[in-house]
Design a protein around this ligand. Sequence first.
Ligand SMILES: NC(=O)c1ccc[n+]([C@@H]2O[C@H](COP(=O)([O-])OP(=O)(O)OC[C@H]3O[C@@H](n4cnc5c(N)ncnc54)[C@H](OP(=O)(O)O)[C@@H]3O)[C@@H](O)[C@H]2O)c1
Length: 304
Amino acid sequence: MTDNGPILVTGAAGQLGGIGRTVTGLLLERGLPVRAMVRREDDRAAALRTAGAEVVVGDLLEPVDVYRVVSGCRRVYFGMSVSAGYLEATLTMAAVAREVGVNALVNMSQMTVSQMSIQNTTPSRQQRQHWLSEQALAWSSLPVVTIRPTMFLESFFPLAGPTVRDRSRIELPFGRGKTSPVAAADVARVVAAVLADPGPHLGRIYELTGPRSQDMQEVAREFSDALNREVTYSDIPPEEWERELQRAGLPEHLTKHLVTMGELHRAGRYDRLADGVERVTGRAAMSVRDFVTLHADEFGSRRS
Ligand SMILES: NC(=O)c1ccc[n+]([C@@H]2O[C@H](COP(=O)([O-])OP(=O)(O)OC[C@H]3O[C@@H](n4cnc5c(N)ncnc54)[C@H](OP(=O)(O)O)[C@@H]3O)[C@@H](O)[C@H]2O)c1
């Protein structure tokens, strides 16, 4: 089977972690042809086209669309927004990938799956769907590479950006639990490295974390160092957080997932360390301090 043709990157217009968008850029930088799948034609699609990607529009929940976008591709990155239809989209992709004959399918999952089993699940439907997706992909016999990142550092933009900007405080219901968030940019570097040369990675599972596991007081100190002003952590009641997320009008699926993430943090389940970023890319994962320094403006800028 020849391995020419473009590399398919789904969710390429993404803005939360933006893994698909960053992977597209990294692969183009390497001189590799990329087919970037987006949900609609808009400025983000135009930017991908300008960058040199072949842009295709489609819905990952529509088998005909998925068949059209995968056809002609041998390497695929599959990832999409946290959403209720995740398992259906994964299975649609798996069915099409088998039909088309894909040589490498890089599947975005979550690190929590490492701790899950039939007997030990979580209340998050998203995490359950990732667990089931991994099971189904294993049954599919497809050549899969599984990416299991812990919480993205970028999640701090929506979850802590406003309170760090307004009152220099991270307000989250993470208790005294430790956490080791990883930069989506590092996750994207791993995905791009795998797609560029999938052979050695097929069948592997990569767990990705940042370089340190620490509680939120220590995370707040890294924010303080980066912003040159005191940032503190306030452990807010989980019910208050849930009400806030509901008030913000997030979809129920996402709200429930975030609430579970808070509960698991309180229970110490995000206290993890893994070296996947360095192992695959040869470069250490970004620290909280370096991440906040890089994005100081989003957190209300650094005091001179
Ligand atoms: N955030 C975290 O802390 C974290 C941690 C570990 C793992 N993950 C995993 O990372 C993945 C999300 O990655 P990300 O943050 O890079 O995503 P993202 O930035 O939110 O981008 C996801 C993209 O998927 C597209 N999309 C959604 N539904 C679609 C559909 N039906 N058809 C076609 N495209 C669709 C969205 O299109 P539109 O922009 O047009 O809506 C969006 O551009 C999820 O699997 C999540 O579980 C996240």
